[in-house]
Design a protein around this ligand. Sequence first.
Ligand SMILES: Cc1ncc(COP(=O)(O)O)c(C=O)c1O
Length: 440
Amino acid sequence: MKAPWITTRLPGPKAQAVIEKDHQYTAPAYGRVYPLVVKQGQGMVVEDVDGNRFLDFMAGIAVANTGHSHPLVVQAIEEQARKFLHICGSDFYYEPMVKLAEKLSRLAPGDGDKKVFFTNSGTETVEAAFKLARVATKRQHVIAFHGAFHGRTMGSLSLTASRSSHRAGFSPLVPGVHHVPYGFCHRCPYHLNYGSCEIACVSYLEKSLFRYEVAPQEIAAIFVEPIQGEGGYIVPPPEYLPMLQDLCRRHGILLIADEIQSGFGRTGKMFACEHWGIEPDILCAAKGIASGMPLGAMIARSEISTWTHGTHGSTFGGNPVACAAALATIAVIEDGLVSNAAEVGGYLKDKLDQLKSKRAVIGDVRGLGLMIGVEFVRADGSRAPDAALRDRVMMKCFERGLLLLGCGESTLRFCPPLIVTKEESAAAVEIFDAVVSELG
Ligand SMILES: Cc1ncc(COP(=O)(O)O)c(C=O)c1O
C-alpha cells in the first residue's frame, strides 16, 4: 500500500458519517486527537474508510510494534481462536499462558526467578503492582513522579501526574502516594544544570521527602517510567535510574519500572531498563506486548511475589488468544526489530536533530530508539513551550498523511512500528519539516 495517499478533504464523507454516529453513542470522555477513522492497517500504513492512506508514526500509541496486522501475529491469533477463545486463566490452566509467562520471566532484566501476573491493559498491570508492593512489603506509601502516566483506574490514576485534568473531579484518590519531580534536565525542576546538580532529583528524596514527609521504612515502592512517555518522552540523566535503584536497595523499597510504553524493543533494547543496567523488582508491561491484542503482564521477582492463592485475579487477563499473539509478537521482535529500532531510531533522531538546528520553534529533540519526542517552543528565544503550534503541526501532518501524536506540554512523539525503514523515516521527516516551515 502506497502512503501517504490523500484523496479527500479530511475527514472524508464516510469518515464524517462514522464520527457523527460515534458522537451520538460513545462516551464524551474520549479525548480524540484528530478525525482518523480507520478501515484497515498493514505494516506501516493505515487506510481510512474513504480510502486515504497514512504513514503511521504513532503505532496506535506505541502499540503496533510489529506493524499493523503482522501476518505471523494474525496467524497465531487465528490458530488459537480455532482451538478455544476463553476458559479463565485465573482459575484454570492452558499452555499459551504458561509459555508466555516463562518467556517473559526470561526476557525481563535480572537473572533470578520471576513470577508473572496477566492483565488486560496497562492500568490493570500497574494496579496489580501497587497491590503486590503493599502486600509484599507490608508498607503503605509509594512514590511516583511529576509527569508520570501509569493509567486511569483509581490506583494507577493516584500515581499518574502528567496532567491535572486526568485527575480532576475523581478525588479522593488512593492515599499514601507522594509525587516528586522527575529527572528532566532540559527543563530541570530545580533550575540546576546537569554536571553541577549532583542529581538533585534523586537526592531530594533522602534530603527532603524522607526527612520531612514520610520515613523510608514506610515506603513500599517507587514507580518509575525509565523514559517518561505521556509526560513528554523524557530521558533522565544517565545516573538517575541507577541512583534510584541504589536508594531503593538501601531502604528496602521496591523499584517498579513501568515499561508499558517503553518495552518490547521500542527504545532499541527489549526493555528500556537495559540501557542503564537496572533490574527492577517489578516490571509492568502492556501496549506492544501483543501487537494490539489487549494484554498486560506484571513480572515480579519470585522472592517478592508473596501473595497467596486467590489474592488477585482477572476473568480475561492472560486470555489465550492474546497470549498466542504475544508469543508471536515477541518472536517477530526478537527477529531483528530491536536492532532495527536502534538503527532506524538513531537515523530518525539525527534527521530531527538537523531540523532543530534550522527551525527555531523546535526546542528539543530527545529519546532512544523509536521513542523520540520533538518539543515545540516559541520562536522568540524564551524557550516557552508552544502547545498550540504543536497541535497545529500534528493536525497539518495528519492532513498530509502522516500520523503523529502529542505528549507532554508541547511535544510531538515519533513512535512508529519497529519495522519502519530509513526511507519511510526520511519521508516522514520531509512532511514534518514542510509543515513546520509552513506553520512555524
Ligand atoms: C507508561 C504507561 N503506563 C500505563 C499506561 C496505561 O495503559 P492502558 O491505557 O493500557 O491502561 C500507559 C498508557 O499510555 C503508559 O504509557
